[in-house]
Design a protein around this ligand. Structure first.
Ligand code: XUL
Ligand code: CO
Length: 437
């Protein structure tokens, strides 16, 4: 078989002192952290769209990336070649999972029937490659945003035929995800939102989206697809107002439309920051409500206000992510999917390796640092103490619901003034994190 990355062998763990840029310094898949292997804590996944379909083009310029195997067409032959490229890359990198949109892996045809047939052809090859390499599908999804038919949305389009088309596409994408043993199925509502309030019936659009999700769930039940459904919050881009703005907005929709047992969340760093949140806030918010299902690992740029989808290298970020993930006991059946792309100036195939190695090492360090912080207990002890006024006395009564406003008034009238506050020690807390970095 041809090799598409002849200059790269298998990427292995060589430890922090290695000078080899094509080796892991921290990601050591079999190393045990808090009773579980790094491989199982992190469940890394490569995304098909950026890594194998990214060209480096941007709104101002043409493709830049050198991809000698790609003939630049959307032909089926080219798609089949890409499967070999993808599995060589992922095997050498040593990731256990990958993710795709239907249209990343196979070309859209001149009719839905043709598109489905194209997908079947490529899926057969993906299945064979999965069996050969042991690499598994973390999640599948349908691209309901690129084709012009989805200009007004998919499940929230004012055009009922577009809703029907989207349903047919998700039906097929779910079938192939099941066929490939996918552990999750993602719904990112890229165009499920709107640009202008004057032409939009928001109530109807949200009702339609809920109908769509219930039908998707019914169909999954019907075919015995047990993968976890995941909404992926994002506040804007491409639309101005996206219905899945952030974890809180998604949860409100999920609750309101009776989907709590059906849908969890796939939280992406650069989407969190576009919504004005930190990744840790979004993860914590989802986790405490039991809906943190998976993550899209990347980062934005502080100086750019759009979804730059860069590879994560910031150890503070990965530490914060791992603190939340470890607190909830991991992510399975979700994983850590690198929804990230190399910069358009990073033009060589080997840059794909550097990018993923850096992201995997950054997460492995975050995992080790978070484990050290957890085992030391300084942060958790401080938080416990900070809320200790609720452990007994009046605080306990508030928490267990055995008091009321009249009682609390009587308590305070008698006491005269609240107990003095204690310091929040934010600077000390920030210093403590630095002890471990
Ligand atoms: C877009 C994005 C998507 C989803 C899958 O910002 O993150 O690629 O992850 O549709
Ligand atoms: Co994403």
């Amino acid at each position: 078989m041809a090799t598409y990355f002849p200059e790269v062998g298998s990427i292995v763990y060589e430890g922090p002192k290695t000078k080899n840029p094509l080796a892991f310094r921290h990601y050591n898949p079999d190393e045990i952290v808090e009773g579980r292997s790094m491989r199982d804590w992190l469940r890394f996944s490569v995304c098909y769209w950026h890594t194998f379909r990214g060209t480096g083009s941007d709104p101002f310029g043409a493709p830049t990336l050198q991809r000698p195997w790609d003939d630049g067409t959307d032909s089926l032959d080219n798609a089949l070649t890409r499967v070999d490229v993808a599995f060589e890359f992922m095997s050498k990198l040593g990731v256990p999972f990958y993710c795709f949109h239907d249209r990343d892996v196979a070309p859209e045809g001149s009719s839905l029937k043709q598109s489905n047939a194209n997908l079947d052809t490529v899926v057969a090859k993906l299945k064979e490659a999965q069996a050969r390499t042991g690499i598994k599908l973390l999640w599948g999804t349908a691209n309901l945003f690129s084709n012009p038919r989805f200009m007004h949305g998919a499940a929230t389009s004012p055009n009922a035929d577009v809703f029907a088309y989207a349903a047919a596409q998700v039906k097929k994408a779910m079938e192939v995800t099941k066929e490939l043993g996918g552990e999750n199925y993602v719904f990112w509502g890229g165009r499920e939102g709107y640009m202008c309030s004057y032409n939009t019936d928001m109530k109807r659009e949200l009702d339609h989206l809920a109908r769509f999700m219930h039908m998707a769930h019914d169909y999954a039940q019907q075919i015995g697809f047990r993968g976890q459904f995941l909404f992926e919050p994002k506040p804007k881009e491409p639309t101005k107002h996206q219905y899945d703005f952030d974890a809180a907005a998604c949860l409100n929709f999920i609750r309101q439309y009776g989907l709590l047992d059906v849908v969890k969340l796939n939280i992406e760093t650069n989407h969190a920051t576009l919504a004005g949140h930190s990744m840790m806030h979004e993860l914590e918010y989802a986790s405490i409500q039991g809906v943190l299902g998976s993550i899209d690992a990347n980062t934005g740029d502080m100086l750019l206000g759009w979804d730059t989808d860069q590879f994560p290298t910031d150890i503070y970020l990965t530490t914060q992510v791992m603190l939340v993930l470890m607190k909830q006991g991991g992510l399975a059946p979700g994983g850590t999917n690198f929804d990230a792309k190399v910069r358009r100036e990073s033009i060589d195939p080997v840059d794909l390796f550097h990018a993923h190695i850096g992201g995997m090492d950054a997460f492995a360090r975050g995992l080790k640092i978070a484990a050290a912080i957890r085992s030391d207990g300084m942060l958790s002890d401080f938080i416990k103490k900070r809320y200790s006024s609720f452990d007994n006395g009046i605080g306990r009564k508030i928490e267990i619901g055995t008091t009321n406003f009249a009682d609390l008034e009587a308590y305070m009238l008698q006491k005269g003034e609240a107990d003095a506050n204690i310091s929040g020690r934010q600077e000390l807390m920030e210093n403590i994190i630095n002890y471990y970095l």
